[in-house]
Ligand binder design. Structure first.
Ligand code: NAP
Length: 236
C-alpha cells in the first residue's frame, strides 16, 4: 500500500503549470502532464525526472482528453492552465475571436474536468485557471467575461462534485513563457503598464502562482473559491 499522490496538469509543460509540477515532484508526488507540443513535453519530462509521465493533449478536443487520461491512476488533483487564445475589443474585434476564446479557455477546462472525473479520488482537488481581468477588465470584454465564467464554473462544480473540491486561481500579469515568447516591443510596454496598475509594481513570478495553486490543491477547507494572486491589481 502506497501513499503516493498523483496530480494531472494540462498545460504542465511550461510556465505556471511546469512550476507547480516542479514543486509537486520535489515533495515526492507523481505527475501526469500534458501540452500540445511533443518537444516541450519531452523537455519538461527530462527536467522533472522519473516522478513525471506525460502525453501530448489538446484541451479543446474531448477525444484527445480521453486519450490523455486513459489508464491514469487515481488522481489527487487536477490543474488546467492550458489555453491559447486571442483577445479583442467589442467594437473592433469579430465575434469569432470571442467565441474562439471561450472555446479555448472556458470549454477547454470544462471538458478537461469532465474527462478527468472518472479518475478523480473523492478527496481530490481541482484548480481551474481564470485571470484577474474577471474583476477588473482592461478593455477586452469577452476576456473579462470568460474569466468570470470560469470562476462561476468553479463555484458550480464545487457544489455538484462535492466532496471533490473545486477552486479557481485568478492571476494577474505573470512572467511566464506566455509573455516571454512575445516580442520585446509587446511584452515590455505591457509589463510597464502592469507595474503602474498593481500594488507590488511588478509582474508575478511563475513560482508565486504555483504557490497559490498548491495552496488550493492542499488546503482541505478551500472549495468554491477564487484566489486572486495579482499583486493587489484588483484592489485599485
Ligand atoms: N501569464 C499571465 O500573465 C497570465 C495572466 C492571467 C491569466 N493567465 C492564464 O494562465 C494560463 C497560461 O499559463 P502560463 O502563463 O503559465 O502560460 P504558458 O507558459 O504559455 O503555458 C501554457 C501551457 O499550456 C499548454 N497549452 C496551451 N494551449 C494548449 C491547448 N490548447 N491544449 C493543451 N495544452 C495547451 C502549453 O503547452 P503547448 O504550447 O505545448 O500546448 C503550456 O504547457 C492561461 O489560462 C492564461 O489565461 C496567465
Amino acid at each position: 500500500m502506497t501513499n503516493t499522490r498523483t496530480y494531472a496538469i494540462i498545460g504542465g509543460t511550461s510556465g505556471i503549470g511546469l512550476a507547480l509540477a516542479h514543486t509537486l515532484a520535489k515533495r515526492g508526488d507523481r505527475l501526469l502532464i500534458g501540452g500540445r507540443s511533443s518537444d516541450n513535453l519531452a523537455k519538461a519530462l527530462a527536467a522533472l525526472g522519473p516522478a513525471a509521465s506525460g502525453r501530448t493533449v489538446e484541451i479543446t478536443d474531448r477525444t484527445s482528453l480521453d486519450r490523455f487520461f486513459a489508464e491514469a491512476p487515481a488522481l489527487s488533483g487536477l490543474f488546467t492552465p492550458a489555453a491559447s487564445y486571442q483577445t479583442g475589443t467589442f467594437r473592433d474585434g469579430g465575434i469569432e475571436t470571442s467565441e474562439a476564446l471561450f472555446e479555448a479557455k472556458f470549454w477547454g477546462q470544462y471538458r478537461a474536468v469532465h474527462a478527468a472525473l472518472p479518475y478523480l479520488r473523492d478527496d481530490a482537488s481541482v484548480v481551474l485557471m481564470s485571470g484577474a481581468a474577471s474583476a477588473r477588465p482592461v478593455g477586452a470584454p469577452a476576456y473579462a467575461a470568460c474569466n468570470a465564467a470560469l470562476e462561476g464554473l468553479a463555484r458550480g462544480l464545487a457544489l455538484e462534485l462535492n466532496p471533490i473540491r473545486v477552486n479557481c486561481l485568478s492571476p494577474g500579469t505573470t512572467d511566464s513563457e506566455l509573455w516571454r515568447n512575445r516580442p520585446d516591443h509587446v511584452r515590455e510596454p505591457a509589463y510597464d503598464y502592469w507595474r503602474k496598475l498593481c500594488l507590488v509594481q511588478r509582474p508575478a513570478t511563475v513560482e508565486e502562482q504555483a504557490h497559490a495553486a498548491l495552496f488550493l490543491l492542499d488546503n482541505t477547507n478551500m472549495t468554491g473559491n477564487t484566489l486572486f494572486c495579482d499583486g493587489g491589481y484588483t484592489m485599485r
